[in-house]
Write a protein that binds this ligand. Structure first.
Ligand code: ADP
Length: 259
């Protein structure tokens, strides 16, 4: 890990939806190994940036160099395989399915072209299944040991914070180099949010080379866990720097804090 190395270099990135410009000639960098907070009022383009970086949307103009290669125009599976994983603001867990199924299903779909086709090749699947059990057990053991013994229980029996942990584990299964977290605190209490952030910092130190970008509204979370922040407003970057730096910036206070 090299903290001065640029892992992601965003150049002049523009994303338009019809007449609406969600990202407006955005330039920013994500450094290897950092926790970067992505801030800004609702509608400022934060989730759109994640969607473009993960290949869900194709940018209108500009480039996102990830490890030196432009991701624009690449398919989501390709970007995932190159080490970019994410969580979503709204839970994507299937509540009746087990923890194991929920963690594995996303990875399986990204690695193969369609779950059903492969499930029919049962012999091959058995070995893969066992390998997945091993991987999930190992990951839960690192991220959230109490969940190991419950990995075959349905997600609906878990608390909100455990469900969030399961979503983060799903994103971590591929052992990504870059983890994008879209408002993981949504719907959680203050204490739960802090516990989850502690887990994320902890897993980061255990897994080693992991860069994290966090969309988050709770300023005390941002202060506690980020190394640096980028603030967006109307799709443009209005500030960049440490938490102390951006919160003392008048442009940020006007746009984001409403002062
Ligand atoms: P944030 O995550 O900062 O709240 P978003 O990235 O979700 O902001 O949205 C930025 C702007 O882009 C908003 O005005 C939103 O309505 C618009 N937008 C986002 N996705 C789409 C889409 N798929 N189609 C049309 N407009 C969109």
């Amino acid at each position: 890990m090299n903290p001065t190395k640029t892992l992601v270099d965003v150049q002049d990135l523009t994303m338009r939806f019809g007449g609406l410009t969600a990202l407006d000639r955005l330039d920013m960098t994500i450094r290897e190994g950092e926790v970067l907070g992505l801030l800004g009022p609702n509608g400022s383009g934060k989730t759109t940036f994640f969607n473009v970086l993960t290949g869900l949307y194709k940018a209108s103009e500009g480039a996102i160099l990830y490890n030196g290669h432009d991701v624009i125009g690449k398919r989501p599976q390709e970007i995932y395989r190159s080490g970019v994983a994410r969580t979503f603001q709204r839970s994507r867990l299937s509540l009746p399915l087990t923890v194991f199924d929920n963690i594995v299903i996303g990875d399986y779909q990204h690695m193969h072209h369609g779950l059903v086709f492969n499930l029919f090749r049962r012999k091959a699947f058995r070995a893969e299944y066992d390998a997945y059990v091993q991987k999930v057990r190992e990951l839960l053991g690192i991220f959230s040991p109490p969940l190991v013994d419950r990995m075959f229980e349905p997600v609906e029996t878990f608390t909100m914070i455990d469900r969030r942990r399961i979503e983060v584990c799903r994103a971590l299964l591929s052992r990504p180099r870059l983890l994008l977290l879209d408002e993981p605190s949504a719907g959680m209490t203050h204490d739960e949010t802090h516990a989850l952030m502690g887990d994320i910092l902890d897993v980061r130190s255990k897994l080693g080379n992991l860069t994290v970008v966090l969309i988050e509204h709770e300023m005390n979370v941002i202060e506690r866990i980020t190394d640096r922040c980028v603030v967006l407003n109307y799709g443009k970057k209005i500030a960049e720097g440490t938490y102390a730096h951006i919160t003392s910036d008048p442009a940020v206070q006007t746009a984001y804090l409403g002062e």
